[in-house]
Design a protein around this ligand. Structure first.
Ligand code: FE
Length: 203
């Protein structure tokens, strides 16, 4: 069990980490917005950029409330998440696939932030810093909303692709779309494979 002294240190350290992470995101999000194919996704990235700027400000407020200097510490976790996302985006061959990859990369980032802000809120509460905990809670809720919004966008693409497929399209279009959908929903593809296996076994 960490002592309260060390928990306080952990809180400060984690705040510096996420402060740097949020700053990295204020640079990455405009690039994602620029590359997004679907207008819905573009505005989601633009909206989240404005939110991220507020997350930075809230952290600065938290540092001040705790009487700490406003200082970041290189967040390697975020650096690698962004770099991995960039690599995958670079490999995408068409707009739909690129959008799917960007959603996946952005959701990994959101989950990293959700984990961090949940931890920060808990630690701040344990230390009796309830005002600071409330700031973290506010950001936590916004990160969760962004994550859910990205899921909705991903699902709306799949529905759209399915509807278009039903209406009939070129073989080339279906091939590309099929690849994009499988990137978005790898688990659905795995389930399909299992079902195919079962129907073969029954024969
Ligand atoms: Fe954030």
């Amino acid at each position: 069990m960490p002592t309260l002294d060390s928990l306080e240190e952990l809180l400060h350290d984690e705040m510096r980490d996420i402060y740097d992470a949020e700053k990295q995101l204020t640079k990455a999000l405009p690039k994602l917005a620029k590359k997004a194919g679907a207008s819905e996704l573009k505005s989601a990235f633009e909206d989240h950029l404005r939110q991220t700027e507020r997350h930075v400000e809230r952290l600065e407020e938290a540092f001040e409330q705790l009487g700490l200097p406003v200082r970041g510490k290189k967040c390697e976790g975020m650096q690698h998440l962004i770099a991995e996302g960039d690599d995958m985006i670079g490999e995408a061959e068409d707009n739909a696939t690129r959008d799917a990859v960007m959603i996946a990369a952005a959701q990994k980032v959101e989950h990293y932030e959700i984990a961090t802000y949940g931890t920060l809120r808990t630690w701040a509460n344990l230390l009796g810093k309830t005002d600071v905990a409330a700031l973290f809670e506010e950001t936590l809720e916004e990160e969760k909303e962004t994550d859910q919004n990205l899921t909705s966008i991903a699902e709306s693409f799949v529905n759209e692709a399915a509807a278009e497929e039903g209406a009939g399209e070129t073989e080339e279009g279906a091939r590309k779309r099929g690849r994009a959908v499988s990137v978005r929903h790898p688990r659905a593809t795995a389930a399909e494979k299992r079902n195919n296996g079962r129907s073969r076994a029954r024969r």
